[in-house]
Design a protein around this ligand. Sequence first.
Ligand code: PA5
Length: 414
Amino acid sequence: MKIKLDYTNMVLDIKNIREKIESAKVSISEKKSKGLMDFMLLPHNQGNVVEEILDYKEKMKGKIENIVILGIGGSAFGTYVLHNALNHPYHNEFKTPKLYIADNIDPERLFHILERVDINKTLFNVITKSGETIETISQFMIIKNLLGGKAKELIVITTDEESGSLIKVAKNEGFKTFFVPKGVGGRFSVLTPVGLLPAAFLGLDIKEILRGASQACEDTAITFAAMQYMSLLDNKNIFVMMPYVDRLKLVPDWYSQLFSESLSKEIDNDGNIVNTGFNVAKALGATDQHSQLQLYIEGPKDKIIIFLDVDEYHEEMIIPKNYENIDSLKILGGVPHSKLIKLSKKATEASLTEVGQMNMTLTLPKITEFTIGQLLYMLEYSCAFLGELMNINAFNQPGVEHGKKLIYKYLSKI
Ligand code: PA5
């Protein structure tokens, strides 16, 4: 059950950066042993946390009909991806707990969620690694007020064990807490309670997610990083991620956050101003063959396309043979949709390759907890490796922090 990477259409020779790859491998393992790559420990060190999550879920059994995530960025994207990939596409229409994610402070978002749920039967999972993010803290304050005496029972907080305002509040007021390990940043935290707690409540097998992550192929991650690095050297600075699988539709959002926030930096590790980074564009096959594909085929040659694919879909639709007398429709008779979408991807791939637009494909055997765990960890490893190749710190986010500080400055002037 391994994810495959096909990079035959990349027309780049990995041998050209062999030395750089070897020195990045050394650097990664040195940093890992110094505790600077703690996300790499997660597939192996979350066993007790998993048990605690499952016990907590058991304790809440029968008490809740909804779970609302109050969190933003890395505190929310992982849940979007896991839920979209692994649960029924219309989950909220017939399954409980229903999931709502309030990862914005547009007042209408929370207003309408609260309009839909009975707050007395809702678990509010407040997720913020820093314990300071105003969007999340402000939502927590609203919900705590609304719940009154039930707040302690219906709010669960996922945050840093020591730092930030929220842990202080949680300790003073006795809220149930789960922790994001110290050395793991928001966008690398899907395999901590940040992603695992909501996933468990939504019925996913979180042990399998971690087992998949523990068996992710680092060589594939390195080759994937190397291809992206060589693309950047070749002045391709738009990376389009295009799944041909609805269940993977939100992976480009997660990849975009992980790679853009990690790899867009003003200075490199030697203090040089580099203003490096790339844009991630999100697309969906076959849908966007009828929109963005025109840009990819005839537009500027400043992109690479990263397809996501599966060998096997969960369901099938067979086109009936009901127009045998019309040649253009007869040809469709008996063809399964899984075949048709694969042919669509093949056509897109061929059209891109013909005009010299490089492309590669990551293929999952089938979408399961195991393979999704594998994919997410593989992309995290790849992101860290690409940071080494680019000689930048993939684990800070000064630009994002600056914005957060400005909001506090503006608030103090109200
Ligand atoms: O990856 C990151 O560091 C960010 O995207 C954070 O996840 C985001 O800013 C939210 O931060 P926090 O979890 O501290 O509320």
